[in-house]
Design a protein around this ligand. Structure first.
Ligand SMILES: [Zn+2]
Length: 218
């Protein structure tokens, strides 16, 4: 073989080797981490017969976490409470949008950089007040407490989607039952069933399917 021929052969071998090892490791890649943390929060309302107690708060945290697992569980992610996670959500007493002239209470906000990660906050007071406001007269206290957890979890899902897809126009969704819908001021967020709309194929592309979800499809 000529010298040039050898160079080409070696280059090809290296390229094929790199491609094979890439394929081999792809399945073992560590899943992307989502960190979910809760600050100390409180809320009281006559509709709840007073203040939320420690048992209520624990139930709300568990429900919120379940919502996040339900939304992202089929993707290659690990949901944890580690503050060093790639994507992070913190439930805090309130979130103020300071971009507006008059400080306004919002459901949540995030910042994310494509491919690097992000950080966001979700407002406890916004979810709690909304769950109470949208509760029909016949709702029990336990149902309203569950709705607070659901609403918080779904706002967290929305914010995480912003972090993971910082350039995607999530708010373009007109589906009121979607996680992407621009407003958390809707009864469905607390008492309905939500689903993914346009963001799902983008999330699948970015994060990949979990091996469990892939196995379930076979
Ligand atoms: Zn949004």
């Amino acid at each position: 073989m000529t010298r040039q021929g050898w160079t080409i052969a070696v280059t090809l071998a290296l390229a094929v080797g790199a491609a094979v090892s890439h394929l081999a490791t792809r399945g073992d890649e560590a899943p992307v981490t989502i960190g979910v943390r809760f600050a100390d929060v409180g809320f009281r309302s006559p509709r709840l017969g007073g203040a939320l107690d420690a048992v209520d708060i624990a139930a709300i945290q568990a429900t919120a976490r379940e919502e996040i697992v339900r939304a992202f569980g089929d993707l290659r992610v690990r949901i944890t409470d580690d503050p060093r996670s790639r994507y992070q959500i913190r439930i805090v007493p309130q979130v103020l949008d300071r971009r507006l002239a008059r400080e306004t209470n919002v459901a949540g906000q995030s910042r994310g950089m494509a491919g690097f990660g992000g950080y966001g906050e979700v407002s406890f007071i916004f979810a709690a007040a909304s769950a109470v406001a949208y509760a029909e007269d016949w709702r029990t206290r336990a149902e309203i407490v569950a709705a607070i957890g659901r609403g918080l979890g779904r706002s967290a899902v929305h914010e995480l989607a912003h972090q993971m897809l910082p350039r995607a126009p999530l708010h373009a969704s007109r589906d009121r039952l979607s996680y992407e819908f621009y407003s958390a001021a809707r009864p469905e967020q607390y008492y309905g069933a939500l689903r993914w709309d346009t963001a799902w194929p983008l999330l699948e592309q970015r994060l990949g399917r979990s091996s469990l979800a892939l196995a379930a499809r076979k």
